[in-house]
Design a protein around this ligand. Structure first.
Ligand code: SF4
Length: 804
């Protein structure tokens, strides 16, 4: 890995900024009292940060805390309430945050914008962008695929573009790039806080931002300027020492960490990296690590600002941002102590809730999978594991790139081994696909000859879009659904069916270099570090260890004009394009408010047993296309749930005994104005934070969900949509309630009126016998959430306050 050559570019200011910064850090901050003003974003951040220091006194803070707390609407209120006077914030405080911007991908942006539209505001309160990346199918290659994708999805793209024009949002057309790569290249600036309507939004933590993946309803809160609430996360520290070498790459660090922590290990935590090893990583390498932090369930991940971060900012033509960051870090404001300075790193002595140490020098490549990103195997043991587990030894395809791993460094490291193989006369034995993360990276790789190297080797370059990473992959190799087969990808997620819809495709995650070398072998048991291939003339060929450039020698090429961002002021005359006959988009009708009394006359639609994930409640796959059409997507509601009384999947019985699918019966009851509830077991709503899993039941007439326990995010989502989540005080009461029983609430209305304070019970009347009994239930309704429920939804409340 070689650093970008500063001397060959306009790096004078950058070098000076860093020299200044280093001097400052060595000699103390006093000599920078001549910095008297900051650009507006940092001015605001500094003033908020000063307030946080005032509230918390001498408390040592991690970098994540500095940035997060400096985005509080009211630092004193959030940090001192229920926190032992600020000593016990993590895991306790309710942070009410004001993010700097919102980034949305095309699938999730639809519902976010439909919700925003119902607030009737002329523009968003903070900047936002839309990225058309999820809906393009990868198949034959970039040009054909893009054209086909635009044709199939033009209605959705037209809607998104017209909404961008009306409300003044940045619009990145299909083919411009994948959301996280585009955000890193254009919007990420150290110290910002962003929300992204996608789980891998933390990618931007590689450039020292706090970026959190959220659902559309959360995004709307930020878009209308309301504070966005988050339980203060704990902080998991990862201290890095040493330096990566040979085949080991940043991807291997996160693959290894996922193995250590599992898919739930980061839940409720921000992962913060520190230590001397950080200085050895490229900015894009740090982004890869933060991106895949989503696979351990972390709220987000973050790295300190380093020289590599500054080099990346400059390579992406943001020299001013480098100067601003240096000025900001050296700005004392009115303070005199070291704490007056906002440094993009943790305070000396800051405590982590947990600390993991990793020596990068000892890290070897890892391969994770199949079917879960935390099943991690060191490369040296992979062959024996494949044989023991009887996983396929034939590798069907190698896919590199995506938002996770398509940096200049990744691609030039791959290029080095492809060139070596090409010179030896070798071609990949497995299909080999390359997905550039953005037009900027694609154009730069084309300019510098890297893509041509891949194409010469037989690689297919797909469009700058998600494609095979999100199931948008039309395979050309004849592998049918139901056929067990192995693929290797440098993506981040590998749940069953995610790539090609085939539950029997095993996706193993690895670095782009390992994926590529194994694609040449066409084998999952090949170890490029130790094994050789035979060339066409019978010689032994061993791959050299990969090497590449951290960034291009001259700044990135911005690529074709057609893919440039459309940035515009809001235009109130723009008509948002939604056809009344559309099958893919439908305007939202506000949900009715809570009645001025307790709920009565509810019926149990179905009692479900076992796991009931957000996927069970609102399936993805072919339903993705209806994300902007609530009535149409609601036809999948609970369609893989198990009926606890009969063991049947997706079956519910009407009061007269007639048999229906669950969504059919829900629709019938909606038409009859029959409100309903679902009874369920543990961890209801686990899985991805899919807001449709709350919206759809609400749309179809659900008023409460009663279960043994909830997944936290889904419980919050339900309240935002005006559905009351209640847990059984005595789990055995689950057995007493059945489908068709009538339920009324006792104390619910008073509890809501009292801002979430008070006891609630359910009065159950058995179907058939008319027997009545009371069931005590628990709730976690806060004052704000009581307001959402009473208003009918958070959106109703937001639009009311927005119109005042
Ligand atoms: Fe999500 Fe994959 Fe697209 Fe990245 S490339 S945004 S992980 S679907």
């Amino acid at each position: 890995m070689r650093p970008i050559d500063l001397a060959s570019r306009s790096g004078v200011a950058l070098r000076r900024a860093f020299q200044t910064q280093q001097l400052c850090q060595a000699a103390g901050s006093r000599q920078y009292s001549n910095i008297t003003s900051l650009p507006p974003t940092y001015e605001k951040l500094h003033s908020k940060y000063t307030e946080v220091r005032r509230v918390l006194g001498a408390q040592r803070l991690t970098l994540a805390e500095k940035i997060l707390y400096s985005h509080l609407d009211n630092a004193e209120e959030s940090l001192l309430n229920n926190t032992n006077n600020g000593r016990d914030i993590r895991g306790k405080a309710n942070l009410k945050l004001k993010p700097d911007r919102v980034n949305m991908q095309d699938a999730s942006a639809q519902m976010a914008l439909l919700q925003f539209m119902s607030c009737n505001l002329p523009q968003t309160a903070i900047p936002a962008s839309i990225h058309c990346d999820h809906l393009i199918v990868g198949s034959k290659g970039a040009d054909d695929d893009l054209q086909a994708g635009i044709q199939t999805n033009h209605e959705v793209f037209d809607f998104l573009e017209s909404a961008a024009k009306k409300y003044g949002l940045d619009f990145w057309a299909p083919g411009a790039g994948i959301i996280h790569q585009t955000v890193l290249e254009n919007y990420a600036i150290p110290g910002l806080m962003m929300l992204g309507t996608d789980s891998h939004s933390p990618n931007a933590g590689g450039l020292s931002t706090i970026t959190i993946g959220v659902g559309g309803a959360d995004a709307v809160e930020a878009l209308v300027g309301a504070p966005w609430e988050l339980k203060a996360p704990k902080v998991l520290g990862v201290r890095l020492t040493g330096k990566l070498s040979n085949w080991a790459s940043p991807k291997d660090l996160i693959l290894h960490l996922a193995g250590l922590l599992t898919v739930r290990g980061g839940t409720g935590y921000i992962v913060e990296y520190s230590g001397p090893g950080v200085e050895t990583l490229s900015c894009t390498g740090m982004a890869t690590i933060c991106n895949m932090g989503a696979e351990i369930g972390a709220t987000t991940s973050i790295f300190p600002y380093t020289e590599a971060s500054a080099r990346y900012l400059e390579a992406t033509r943001r020299e001013q941002a480098v100067k601003n960051a240096a000025a900001f870090q050296n700005f004392p404001g009115a303070g005199a102590s070291e704490d007056a300075y906002f440094r993009f790193k943790a305070d000396e002595g800051a405590q982590y809730d947990e600390l993991i140490e990793i020596d990068l020098s000892k890290l070897e490549p890892h391969i994770n999978g199949p079917h879960t990103p935390d099943l991690s195997t060191p490369l040296s043991q992979f062959k024996s594991t494949v044989q023991e587990q009887k996983w396929p030894e034939k590798l069907s395809a190698g896919l590199i790139g995506s938002c996770t791993n398509s940096s200049y460094e990744d691609m030039t490291r791959v290029e080095s081994i492809v060139r070596a193989a090409e010179e030896a006369g070798l071609k990949p034995k497995a299909d080999f696909y390359v997905t550039p993360g953005s037009e900027q990276i694609r154009a730069t790789l084309e300019r510098d000859g890297t893509l041509q190297t891949f194409e010469k080797a037989g690689g297919i370059v797909l469009s700058n879009a998600c494609g095979p990473c999100i199931g948008q992959w039309k395979r050309q190799d004849g592998v049918e659904k139901g056929t067990v087969n192995a693929i290797l990808t440098s993506y981040n997620r590998n749940f069953r069916g995610r790539n090609d819809g085939n539950l029997d495709t095993m996706n193993f995650l690895a670095s782009p270099e390992i994926v590529t070398a194994m694609a040449y072998a066409g084998s999952t048991t090949f170890n490029p570090v130790t094994d050789s291939l035979t060339t066409p003339d019978g010689k032994e060929f061993k791959f050299p260890a990969p090497h590449g450039l951290e960034g291009p020698k001259t700044p990135f090429d911005i690529g074709k004009d057609v893919f440039k961002v459309a940035s515009q002021p809001p235009n109130p005359n723009e008509k948002v394009a939604i056809s009344p006959t559309s099958e893919r988009l439908a305007l939202l009708e506000p949900f009715e408010p809570f009645p001025n009394s307790d709920l009565s006359g509810l019926k149990v639609l179905v009692k479900v047993s076992g796991k009931c994930t957000t996927d069970t409640i609102s399936a993805a796959g072919p339903w993705l296309k209806y994300k902007g059409h609530l009535p149409n997507i609601s036809a999948n509601t609970l369609n893989t749930a198990v009926n606890a009384e009969t063991g049947e999947v997706n079956v519910a019985y009407d009061l007269d005994g007639s048999k229906h699918t669950i969504p059919e019966l829900a629709k019938l009851w909606k038409e009859r104005n029959q409100p309903w509830l679902v009874v369920a077991e543990h961890n209801y709503g686990e899985g991805s934070a899919r807001e449709h899993a709350a919206l759809q039941p609400r749309y179809l007439g659900a008023r409460i969900i009663v279960c043994k326990s909830f997944a936290r995010i889904h419980e919050t989502n339900l309240k935002k949509q005006g559905v009351v989540p209640l847990t059984l005080a005595n789990e055995q009461d689950y057995d007493k309630i059945a489908a068709g029983d009538e339920v009324a609430t006792v104390g619910l209305y008073d509890m809501l009126q009292n801002g979430g304070k008070g006891e609630v019970q359910l009065k159950v009347t058995k179907k058939g016998t008319g027997e009545e009994f009371l069931v005590p239930v628990k709730h976690q309704v806060s004052k704000d959430q009581a307001g959402f429920i009473l208003a009918g939804s958070a959106l109703n409340l937001l639009s009311k306050s927005a119109s005042v």
